[in-house]
Design a protein around this ligand. Structure first.
Ligand code: X8Z
Ligand code: ZN
Length: 594
């Protein structure tokens, strides 16, 4: 075992270098999508895969399953589980190529012929144009143009590639001893019955979603009195303020419970005060620092890409990067000055904070306790940042006054705005991998990809497509970044449950005694200590240990999120009294055709 420790020490030195080369090349490509950069990036991935393969072979020469030292045994268990790197070199390269081709289509996709446009050459990218149109336009036809156009430009171009790609992932999973790639992904949660656990959590929060859905649907019917909504209760998917209807935050002005009370949206104020992308990052960092957490290191500020460059193609979808050398940590995002981008900035900085906290762990443990933990850190900060009291304290709600601080109607407006992002997201966060797990299990095949996708969208989100979708030509799953990029998605669902558990525990540590939704942990060193200690563990211990250290419980629970939204749930239930709630599980007739 001593020998094993010595081998692992050397492995960590070598792996750090190999990982750096790959991450560095990938960064260079994703911030400048040229063929040249792609070739280098693919080569570096191939090199890392070869290294992983050799390392796994060497590690397996030790009797690691029987080590006395549990942590060392855990480290070895991770070294030998190499994912796609197990594939024969040619297959590995082809698999990588396919993913990059799909990502390229997604990242460079744009839509032309906007209604009323003279110039047929003008083509609107997702960031910022289509995103902005989806969030602000109230023109049904224009929204259909953006919604349908985006799907034509992206997903529609890739179903055959995706089929082939999924085949490679399954081949790798099989070689690694998993039934299929879905089982492999679920294994990261280290528990039996993870899929059932997700279903349990979803069913617990569904009543909240049902109430929100019913209320928002009524308001949208008022906004579009001349449009016919499906008779079985679905909401047309293009009018919810977001390309995928995954956040409904843009509908806040439409559904605000007490419209005469002051707005708690700070977008205009951010713009008026002259904030730019860097200003949002500085503001976010200030919150982390106030908890006594680690500040963003100089290379972060020097090398991050925080705005969309206008001289080259990039992957705009926001991400955080750990270069694995304990020095270089970056964020890449095409920031706009809005409240929603302030949230994303906290989200991404949360990833970097986690990287910084666990950077002294062995490489294999430099990841979240489970993937949902990683997604939850920045969001937890954001739960405090978005409280009206905090926004007021940092000067972003100048119209707010002392009376508003304890006004239950203002409070309800705030809870509604939080529900539009947090509750509306839940079924979306749940369904993407319901669909992908089915694909990997062979329960959804090329011919039914799109109808299966819409079965999930209709069933869980209660949405319907605004124009008929076609079974074979359209591939709407591919129009969501994480499908071409192959990022698992259930992590975001888990994060949306966990972040309220974290919030509750941190608020208690901060000595907060009022309503959970009004708590801000700003400047609480106790809260910072608690979450910092948890992050420092990385994945060195099973996640229930990390969760227990922070919250006192070993189980995921929907109780805190329900508790947080209880006043809104009561209000919605009263408002919805006498109105229809729910929708037919099946898609409306004509939603999808052969
Ligand atoms: O992809 C992200 C982050 C990067 S990890 C920007 N999110 C999901 C999405 O955009 O679909 C954050 C929330 C959900
Ligand atoms: Zn994230």
């Amino acid at each position: 075992e001593e020998e094993a420790q010595a081998w692992a020490d050397q492995y960590n030195i070598d792996a750090s270098k190999e990982n750096f080369d790959q991450v560095d090349a990938s960064w260079n490509y994703n911030t400048n999508l040229t063929d040249h950069n792609l070739q280098i990036s693919l080569e570096m991935s191939e090199k890392l895969a070869a290294f992983d393969k050799v390392s796994a072979g060497e590690a397996n020469e030790f009797d690691w399953e029987n080590f006395q030292d549990e942590t060392l045994s855990r480290e070895f268990g991770r070294i030998v589980d190499i994912g796609e790197a197990v594939l024969p070199e040619d297959d590995y390269n082809e698999c990588n190529n396919l993913r990059e081709s799909m990502k390229y289509i997604y990242s460079t996709g744009c839509v032309s012929n906007r209604p009323g446009d003279e110039d047929p050459e003008k083509c609107y990218p997702l960031d910022p144009d289509l995103t902005q149109i989806m969030a602000t336009s109230e023109d049904w036809a224009e929204l259909v143009w953006a919604w349908e156009g985006w799907r034509d430009a992206t997903g529609k171009q890739m179903p055959d590639m995706y089929e082939e790609f999924a085949g490679y992932l399954n081949q790798a999973a099989d070689m690694n001893g998993y039934a299929d790639n879905g089982e492999y992904w679920r294994s990261w949660y280290e528990m039996d019955g993870f899929a059932e656990e997700c279903e349990r959590l979803w069913l617990e929060v569904k009543p909240l979603y049902d109430q929100l859905h019913a209320y928002v649907r009524r308001k949208l019917q008022e906004r579009y009195p001349d449009e016919e909504f499906p008779a079985d209760g679905h909401i047309p998917a293009h009018i919810l303020g977001n390309m995928w209807a995954q956040s409904w935050a843009a509908l806040e002005p439409l559904v605000r419970p007490f419209p005469e009370k002051s707005s708690i949206d700070v977008t205009d104020e951010l713009v008026n005060q002259g904030y730019d992308a860097l200003g949002l990052f500085v503001l976010a960092e200030e919150f982390f620092i106030s908890l006594g957490l680690i500040e963003m290191p100089p290379p972060f500020w020097e090398h991050s890409m925080i705005e969309k460059p206008d001289d080259r193609d990039v992957t705009c979808h926001a991400s955080a990067w750990d270069f694995m050398n304990q020095v270089d940590f970056r964020v890449k995002q095409c920031t706009e000055v809005t409240q929603s981008w302030l949230s994303t900035t906290h989200h991404e900085m949360g990833h970097v904070e986690y990287f910084l906290q666990y950077m002294n762990q062995p490489i294999q443990f430099r990841t979240g306790a489970n993937p949902g933990f990683h997604e939850a850190i920045g969001d937890v900060m954001d739960l405090s940042v978005n409280t009206p009291d905090h926004l007021y304290a940092i000067g972003l709600l100048p119209d707010y006054d002392e009376d508003d601080l304890n006004d239950p109607e203002v409070d309800m407006n705030f809870l509604m705005s939080m529900a539009l992002s947090k509750i509306a997201f839940l079924p979306f966060g749940y369904l993407i991998d319901q669909w992908r797990w089915d694909v990997f299990a062979g329960d959804s095949v090329r011919e039914t990809y799109n109808s299966d996708w819409w079965d999930q969208r209709c069933k869980y989100q209660g949405l319907s497509p605004p124009v008929t979708r076609h079974v074979n030509e359209d591939f709407d799953a591919g129009s969501k970044y994480h499908v071409p990029a192959n990022t698992p998605y259930i992590r975001y669902f888990i994060s949306h449950i966990l972040q309220f558990q974290f919030h509750e525990a941190l608020c208690e540590a901060a000595g907060w005694e009022g309503d959970l939704h009004r708590c801000s942990i700003y400047q609480s060193l106790e809260a910072g200590q608690l979450i910092g200690d948890m992050m420092e563990l990385g994945a060195s211990k099973p996640w229930p240990d990390a969760l227990e250290a922070m919250t006192g419980t070993r189980d995921m629970s929907a109780e805190p999120i329900i508790h947080y939204f209880q006043p809104l749930l009561d209000w919605l239930a009263a408002e919805n009294e006498g109105h229809p709630i729910g929708w037919n599980e099946q898609c409306p007739d004509g939603a999808i055709e052969g």
